[in-house]
Design a protein around this ligand. Structure first.
Ligand code: SAM
Length: 472
């Protein structure tokens, strides 16, 4: 039944294979010899299979767990250095015809304010986001073929890319909309999107169907096979995620890695990113009504095990998580975070009035983008506003080659420094400017290629003189 190359959801995410994996992991969670072998394999930085990774996830030997955390931190440093990519979500519309039990945008919720941004409103939101310093957005919308047809999404993307306010520009638009057709994915690709993101929510078919009782999202196979259709439509950067809290985390973990193996086996490229959202309180949603919430400790273990299992995949954490939690997970493998986020439809340009609230969920980290940038720098991270890869055509397997050829330090590292410099010239507070300038001077020394270093120094000066958008 289990077939990694099958195009049928129930075969590449075979329920039996997940259960066998969990059994194997439970039986071997104290098997030191096997755990050592898996750790040795992980140290080669070529990833782990879903079975191997699940054994590490289950392992409860303290000494081995410390090794897992240490290795995750090391792999994070080797592959991503100390760069953290910044982004913000932009909610276009919360009209939705689905019945998702965990999401307040479900059709039956009659008291949440329903909103859909006009192109004029999108323009205002984008100007507000540009004025914060953002260059990269994740578009969000409910599923509603009448209110939010693909044409609306495409028109919105066009509007977003067209807005150039002062020195601002949105240079990469990632899209998180419901599963759709190959034809629509091709349209999204042609509109110049970066990553297509779709959270699986849960890989457990039976739970999936219960959690999505009505609407097009009820169809497990159509949803689970969406990434295959996205690839067939020409999108080669896809972003995975499960909503932790809905099902047993072990099940989701093993299945998520099986999904990544499927993409690799069929298309030769795994997911570009993995997001790790946890269920949050929202308008008519109480997370305590769900049985599978996970502790911060388990959450950290999941992130660390994912980091060593898929070293080439970026990992994203949103403002669903607190400053404290984000701080811990940054060390263990997170490479992208959002900042200054609003989860309402509108809300960047103007605060929503209390009686017209449209948020998807409560945000935990409510700091401004500048506060987050400042905090990252003080922890010796480089906040990066870089969007070069996809603009230079380094997507899918070409991005993976960049990682594998270890050219990140001559490419991503200087791009991060130059985009941080743009940020501080245009948007930063005095304190952030001071600490960032010091960081940039220090980090220039870490560019291995002398010629690249020289070019970066020249470009930094040009940025001070008002020129923008340099990239390698
Ligand atoms: N409507 C799109 C779909 O059907 O996939 C996706 C966009 S939705 C605006 C983004 C994601 O938010 C969902 O995929 C879900 O995982 C997450 N989400 C929904 N309700 C949530 C909640 N109460 N807490 C945390 N995340 C939630």
């Amino acid at each position: 039944m289990y077939d990694v190359k099958s195009m049928k959801a129930e075969e590449f995410i075979s329920h039996e294979e997940v259960l066998d994996t969990l059994k194997y992991a439970a039986e071997n969670k104290h098997n030191e010899k096997l755990i050592d072998e898996i750790l040795e394999k992980a140290k080669k930085r070529q990833g782990l299979s879903h079975r191997e990774a699940t054994v590490l996830l289950e392992c409860d030997i303290e000494e081995k767990n410390n090794e897992i955390y240490k290795l995750a931190e090391q792999i994070k440093k080797d592959f991503y250095g100390n760069r953290i990519v910044m982004f913000a979500p932009l909610y276009l519309s919360n009209y939705c015809v689905n019945g998702c039990l965990y999401c307040p945008y479900h059709l039956k919720n009659k008291h949440i304010a329903r909103k859909k941004l006009t192109q004029e409103e999108i323009k205002k939101e984008v100007i507000a986001l540009q004025d914060m310093g953002h260059k990269r957005l994740a578009l969000e919308a409910g599923e509603d073929p009448v209110n939010n047809p693909i044409e609306y999404i495409l028109e919105s993307i066009k509007t977003i890319y067209s807005i150039k306010h002062k020195n601002g520009a949105i240079r990469r638009v990632n899209v998180n909309i419901a599963a759709t057709t190959v034809e629509n994915y091709r349209k999204l690709k042609d509109a110049g999107i970066g990553t297509y993101i779709l959270f699986q929510e849960t890989y457990h078919k039976e739970s999936y169907e219960k959690l999505h009782p009505t609407g097009p999202k009820h169809d497990y196979a159509y949803h689970t096979e969406a990434m295959d259709r996205a690839m067939q439509g020409g999108i080669d950067d896809v972003g995975f995620g499960v909503l932790f809290g809905l099902e047993l985390y072990r099940y989701e973990f093993a299945a998520l890695l099986m999904h990544a193996e499927h993409m690799e086996a069929v298309f030769g490229v795994g997911p570009h990113t993995i997001s790790v959202p946890r269920l949050r309180r929202a308008d008519d949603i109480d997370p305590d009504q769900f049985d599978n919430g996970i502790s911060d400790e388990i959450f950290a273990k999941i992130v660390a095990c994912l980091r060593i299992s898929v070293p080439y995949t970026g990992m994203i954490i949103s403002t669903r998580e607190s400053k404290k939690c984000r701080e811990k997970l940054l060390h263990l493998g997170i490479s992208q975070i959002s900042g200054g986020s609003k989860t309402s439809v509108g809300g960047y340009a103007e605060e929503e009035p209390d009686d017209e609230r449209s948020e998807q969920f409560d945000v935990s980290d409510t700091r401004t983008l500048d506060e987050i940038v400042n905090w990252l720098i003080k922890m010796d991270y480089i906040p990066s506003f870089c969007t070069a890869c996809y603009r230079e055509g380094r997507t899918g397997d070409r991005f993976m080659s960049l990682c594998k050829s270890q050219q990140i330090s001559n490419c991503c590292h200087p791009n991060a420094l130059m985009t941080l410099k743009e940020y501080i010239e245009d948007y930063a507070s005095e304190d952030t400017k001071n600490v960032a300038n010091k960081l940039i001077l220090k980090e220039i020394e870490n560019i291995p290629n002398e010629k690249v270093r020289q070019i970066v120094l020249e470009r930094l000066e040009k940025i001070e003189n008002g020129i923008r958008d340099f990239r390698f």
